[in-house]
Design a protein around this ligand. Structure first.
Ligand SMILES: C[S@@+](CC[C@H](N)C(=O)[O-])C[C@H]1O[C@@H](n2cnc3c(N)ncnc32)[C@H](O)[C@@H]1O
Length: 286
């Protein structure tokens, strides 16, 4: 799929394709006869799922959250003040010097305001190898820019601006938080309580079990994976969880839930281009 195709749903690039997850969620909604009034994404990252649901009119309201302050800032500013990002895209020079500047900002985020962090997130995401904004990643084309693919090859200014305009139209439907998944879930539950007949779906996409420290700025240790499983095994709402295909993770959930295997092209290393599997776990009928 071309990068234009991928950008159909999100604006941030994130490792792993979410195509199968989107299709699964769509079919879960149909099979369980769910017309959602609330969709909750406590590990929002690149956010392709909530955007897909909004654009296809499958949900009324959305709560998204990420503990990474760069990711949070990006979504918050996109929905609150998209013109700032549009101006930034128009004016920024997409060069390795800018890359170094934004990499430095990302290494000391507490010193900067939310607008600067939002710009930094967008810049690094669209100019880094595989969209990885963790410190480990480098620019597309390498520091010397001798590859066929240069640093600006995924920074099509017109397309990015168009997408920001399209997505930001949904600002009145989206709440953006910078919280741990548990606080976000509690917050969403408190909203649901107020609306008695609310139909909601929680989509959990935590950091992968393998190599996640290379992919994300905020990651999970084994205890975090265990805590999430303990919570979800008792969670009474409609939920769906996706992970990389790790035996450790499958063991946590196996007692209670069907595990569905799906193949998702995993494109972090284009040279190797391994086909790894991602799993989906849910109490819902899929
Ligand atoms: C697998 S990624 C999510 C990918 C996303 N669903 C997408 O489609 O692009 C995991 C995300 O969880 C965030 N994260 C890590 N620990 C977290 C926590 N304790 N609470 C909330 N978010 C967390 C990371 O910053 C990262 O963006």
């Amino acid at each position: 799929m071309s990068w234009r195709g991928r950008m159909n749903h999100s604006i941030l690039r994130y490792p792993g394709s979410k195509y199968k997850i989107r299709k699964t969620i769509e079919s879960v909604l149909k099979k369980n006869n769910l017309k959602l009034d609330l969709f909750v994404e406590p590990f929002v990252g690149g956010g392709s799922i909530f955007i897909y649901l909004l654009e296809n009119k499958l949900v009324e309201k959305v709560i998204i959250s990420d503990k990474d302050n760069l990711i949070y800032s990006f979504w918050k500013v996109l929905f609150k003040n998209p013109t700032v990002l549009i101006k930034f895209i128009k004016n920024v020079s997409v060069t390795t010097n800018s890359y170094i500047k934004y990499k430095n900002i990302a290494s000391e985020p507490k010193r900067y305001n939310i607008t600067t962090l939002a710009k930094t997130c967008l810049f690094l995401n669209r100019t880094s190898f595989s969209g990885i904004i963790a410190q480990t990643a480098g620019p597309i084309g390498g520091k010397k820019q001798i590859s066929d693919y240069k640093i600006d090859c995924r920074f099509n200014k017109q397309a990015l601006i168009k997408r920001i305009k399209e997505i930001s139209k949904y600002s009145n439907k989206v709440t953006v938080l910078e919280k741990d998944w548990q606080t976000t879930t509690k917050f969403a539950l408190s909203k649901i309580k107020k609306k008695r007949k609310s139909k909601s779906l929680f989509y959990f996409d935590p950091p992968f079990y393998f190599k996640s420290e290379k992919l994300y700025r905020v990651t999970f240790n084994e205890n975090d994976h265990i805590n999430l499983s303990k919570y979800l095994l008792r969670f009474k709402k409609n939920w769906l969880l996706s992970y990389d295909n790790a035996i450790f993770i499958k063991k946590l959930y196996k007692r209670k839930y069907r595990t569905i295997h799906i193949t998702v092209p995993y494109t972090v290393n284009h040279k190797v281009k391994k086909k790894l599997k991602e799993i989906i776990i849910t109490p819902l009928n899929i």
